[in-house]
Design a protein around this ligand. Structure first.
Ligand code: MN
Length: 266
């Protein structure tokens, strides 16, 4: 049974503002392609497959009037979403997989914390609670249920080798430290944490305590992760709204997705 409801002035204004550019849409998504860097684990562990694509037909004898492809990939490929079930700390939570997360939690305000200078100087840079408090002194307190996005400009590394940034001691990419990950969950009630690098944790996150603290604290508290984001430099520190619905994979731990930000226009 459908129920007739009155029009929402908010939605009417949203549509009008989108139409005339008072609100713009920024794409925070990297293009899915086989060349895009994939998470690599030590060889004795299971591996998440990179994106693969095969043409089915392209207006030819295989299908004269249509073009389409088959594709396959791991759940954690390209710009992607991490659900609480991804991590052992979140494995017993209710609604912890991509198909059961309440959909209203896939949209939220964005707080963009610019760590680009520090991460350019030090690829192992760890964002701290002090960074967040400094940001709040300028932009106000992080509201509940916000996406906290760590801007590093890491997405500007278009060479896959530079993006992965491995050396003989492992991967070197920026992320949050353990204290700030816990702080954002327990004292700021965030919705999730997003980064431009290949993980929500730093490349050397295994050496923190607990190991991979962002995964541990976020997912243990039913919060989400976004990684391999791009265009964070096009977002204002506050005022954007991020829309990030993963694919509805049954009991999925994550999925590639299109991440959109609504931002104030002109
Ligand atoms: Mn992931």
């Amino acid at each position: 049974m459908s129920t007739a409801t009155a029009a929402s002035p908010t939605l009417t204004a949203l549509v009008a503002d989108l139409l005339d550019g008072r609100i713009r849409v920024v794409d925070l998504t990297q293009t899915l392609a086989p060349e895009f860097p994939q998470i690599v684990l030590p060889p004795e562990m299971g591996q998440c497959l990179p994106f693969r694509i095969e043409e089915v037909s392209r207006y030819d004898e295989r299908g004269p009037g249509w073009y389409w492809n088959n594709f396959s990939c791991g759940e954690h490929t390209g710009t992607h979403f991490d659900a609480p079930i991804h991590w052992i700390s979140g494995r017993d939570l209710p609604n912890n997989a991509v198909d059961t997360i309440p959909v209203e939690r896939l949209i939220g305000p964005a707080c963009v914390i610019d760590c680009s200078k520090a991460a350019t100087a030090d690829p192992d840079y760890l964002m701290t609670k002090a960074d967040v408090l400094r940001w709040e002194a300028e932009h106000g307190r992080i509201p509940p249920r916000a996406w906290v996005l760590m801007r590093t400009d890491w997405s500007k590394r278009t060479d896959p080798v530079e993006y992965q940034n491995f050396d003989e001691t492992g991967q070197h990419t920026p992320g949050p430290d353990a204290e700030v990950a816990r702080f954002l969950v327990e004292e700021r009630d965030l919705l999730g944490f997003g980064t431009e690098a290949i993980g929500t944790d730093a490349g050397q996150g295994f050496h923190q305590r607990p190991p991979y603290p962002c995964h541990y604290y976020m997912h243990g508290a039913g919060r989400y992760g976004l990684q391999c984001l791009t265009n964070l430099d096009l977002l204002p520190p506050t005022g954007a709204v991020v829309i990030a619905p993963p694919l509805k994979i049954r009991q999925g731990s994550g999925s590639p997705l299109r991440v959109l930000a609504l931002v104030p226009g002109r």
